[in-house]
Design a protein around this ligand. Sequence first.
Ligand SMILES: Cc1cc2nc3c(=O)[nH]c(=O)nc-3n(C[C@H](O)[C@H](O)[C@H](O)COP(=O)(O)OP(=O)(O)OC[C@H]3O[C@@H](n4cnc5c(N)ncnc54)[C@H](O)[C@@H]3O)c2cc1C
Length: 393
Amino acid sequence: MSELETFRAQVRAWLAERYAQVDPAKDDERGDTIARAPEGHAAMVQGAIDLQQALYAAGFWATRLPVEYGGQGLTRAHDDIVNEELMRFDCPSLRPLGIGMGLAMPTILGAAGEEQKRRFLPKLVAAEEVWCQLFSEPDAGSDLVSLRCKAVRDGDTWVITGQKVWSSFASDAQFGMLLARTDPNAEKPHSGITMFILPMDRKGVTVVPLVDIAGGHHFNEVFLEDVVLHDDEIIGEVNRGWQVANGTLSGERSGYLGGSGKGRRRRQALAAATAAGKLGDPVVRDRIVDITARERILELLAERIHAGVALGGNPAAGSLVKVFAGDLEQQSSELVIDLRGAAGVAWEADQPDADYSAHALSGSRQARIAGGTHEIQRNLMGERILGLPREAR
Ligand SMILES: Cc1cc2nc3c(=O)[nH]c(=O)nc-3n(C[C@H](O)[C@H](O)[C@H](O)COP(=O)(O)OP(=O)(O)OC[C@H]3O[C@@H](n4cnc5c(N)ncnc54)[C@H](O)[C@@H]3O)c2cc1C
């Protein structure tokens, strides 16, 4: 047995001791990780923290992160194995910690100073500290560069004033990656922005949870009133935050590869078609074949991106992944809903075995907005991959 096969067997055995294997017929419910009530939200976040802490203690987490920053110093292949095995088991979703692992960790690793790396990374990966992303504002989402949250120099500190919105899991976080305008007179708006590390308990920070249309509580508004930050709480250089944020965002887009899922959508579609007695229906078969082919393309694209060869290493490949994965998620959840009929769209509130495919479908819409909408990704691909003229601003 190769070293990687042994590692996979160890991870699988560890998970099997604690969790049941996933029933493919209910696989899509795992896409619905947003709790529908405040008490559910707290339990969901705690479940993620407990699982990540246990994985970390077992040596199965942050496998490819260097040892000096709290990782295992192994390879991406080890990381992939853990993620693949997690998908096989009915364990809590790690999504509440996804901003830390998927965005803050690579941002800190790529742009922060050595002391910051040693201070923040070990606690982040050990799930001792939760992170959030404080980029979007009420009038700065797609057009992020127009953000107005300001940081004014006062002696050797910075004083921050402004508002952020759609801040996922901010009410659970200890730290946020904050974008603020440090030079309002910069010739180009993107060259006056800085990225800060915001301790969420710092005086002047108020987090107000928002409830979404489906009853989920993961969004928040964050108000910043004369919040004092220091130079050692800057990631990268003053006025170079836009470059740091672009790294974060291209990582966020490529992160959708994490959902490539090794046949998850095909398994769901087959299970739903079998349950509906429609496996022989030529139109249903056609839709399943299409999903299967696209899922395989996404997996191969993931391998090419990980190898740094997709589109010659062009960072805009992340936009391609996001659009492709988002469309596929929607396509497959639509098929499952069609096959389940009324059971897929209506249920009693207290029904423990309710069919949540409608939530999976609405979740697939969210993915088309978070991290930059599909329209914006198409603009980016037009400009950065196809070389089309820049959009008029
Ligand atoms: C599930 C989820 C989680 C999120 N989590 C976070 C988070 O943790 N932290 C954070 O900072 N933000 C977060 N966001 C916010 C997200 O980044 C923004 O919603 C997104 O960038 C879009 O911005 P907006 O909502 O202001 O929409 P707008 O920018 O107002 O866009 C409205 C519509 O206009 C279209 N549009 C805008 N400009 C153009 C253009 N130039 N060309 C073509 N079409 C255009 C858009 O595609 C969209 O359809 C999250 C969003 C979602 C849905």
